[in-house]
Design a protein around this ligand. Structure first.
Ligand code: HEC
Length: 313
């Protein structure tokens, strides 16, 4: 990396760091001298899952509170995890979605992810059409430019690689210049609170639903297994009998033998590719959404199984 690039990157990191600290305060003015002030964002064209052409600045971010992430639809692990996690946030923000809050998932694999493929992906995650969450595609030059502008692209790491792409995403409010980087493993309730309250100017009646996630930061002490379950599994699974994006996990430690379960949690992708009969049956029943390989290590798997085993069945 050349020195000026390194410096530029460092500045962005420091700025993001500052934004992380500022994020929860309610300072509205764009920080003085913010590199992301007026005129910072370009206005290229993108196409959404319905084939509609939109402009990045004018149509997508201007005067809006937004979440922006970069995905590709055939991604095996982090993207489905992130999409499922954001879907939790989207559900919590229900009445605000498409009004002042918008989500944008931009494909970084335009050759594969046509608008039709993106529409199918949205359907698989049960994201309703016109609900404020768009799945977008654009030329590689455009998506690279946007990733750079958003601080989610480094030439040495992200160029030409899909599976190692930067999987952080951004919460932003273009009019206040607040931009916060977040990771897939953040609590959906905290993210919803940030978007719906802390970053937004909408006056909220404390008795409305939004108040119900205001206390989300007070998370009581929980076991390792529960913590893992909440951050990695919750977005797709309940521990009851009702299905989410994946099956309800009530009684799963009795339904499946321990060796199968351990292996499944470690390498679901491999079991699917080996046509394991249980895996294939589940895959067919759950809208052909593969369970992602979450790269869990053995102690994590043990903690998760103990937690699932202790939950009511
Ligand atoms: C992105 C969504 C998603 C995430 C995140 C996810 N799963 Fe799954 N899971 C699925 C789907 C979908 C299936 C059904 C099988 C398939 O389609 O591959 C499944 C299947 C399972 C099964 C088998 C259920 C049965 O009836 O035998 C278990 C157990 C399981 N998941 C546990 C977990 C645990 C534990 C985590 C967190 C560490 C987790 N999953 C994270 C989507 C997900």
């Amino acid at each position: 990396m050349k020195t000026h690039e390194a410096l530029g990157y460092l500045r962005r990191l420091i700025f993001l760091g500052a934004m992380l600290t500022l994020g929860s305060s309610s300072a509205w003015a764009a920080p003085k001298g913010s590199p992301w002030g007026t005129g910072y964002f370009p206005n290229p064209e993108l196409v959404d899952q319905d084939g509609k052409t939109v402009r990045f600045y004018d149509d997508l971010i201007k005067d809006k509170v937004v979440v922006i992430n970069f995905i590709y639809t055939h991604c095996g692990d982090t993207c489905p995890m992130q999409t499922a996690n954001l879907r939790q946030v989207y559900k919590l923000l229900a009445d605000r979605m498409g009004k002042d809050i918008f989500f944008y998932s931009i494909s970084i694999d335009p050759k594969h992810d046509t608008p039709e493929v993106l529409r199918e992906y949205a359907e698989r995650f049960r994201i309703a059409p016109d609900s404020g969450w768009s799945f977008l595609t654009a030329s590689e030059a455009v998506t690279t430019l946007l990733r750079k502008k958003l601080g989610l692209f480094r030439d040495d790491v992200d160029a030409g690689k899909l599976d190692e792409h930067n999987t952080s995403f951004l919460l932003g409010n273009e009019s206040t210049g607040q931009w916060i980087r977040r990771s897939s493993f953040d609590e959906p309730k905290v993210l919803a609170w940030q978007l719906g309250r802390s970053m937004s100017r909408v006056k909220v009646d404390h008795k409305t639903d939004l108040a119900s996630y205001a206390g989300a930061e007070k998370i009581p002490k929980i076991s390792k297994g529960e913590e893992l379950f909440r951050s990695r599994c919750d977005a797709c699974h309940s521990l009851g009998s009702e299905d989410g994006l994946g099956p309800g996990l009530q009684g799963v430690t009795h339904r499946r033998d321990r060796a199968w379960l351990t292996r499944w949690l470690k390498t679901p992708d491999q079991m699917l590719s080996e046509n394991d009969p249980i895996a294939i049956d589940l895959y067919t029943r759950y809208k052909k959404m593969p369970m992602p390989n979450l790269r869990l290590n053995d102690p994590e798997i043990d903690a998760l199984i103990a937690y699932m085993d202790n939950s009511p069945h």
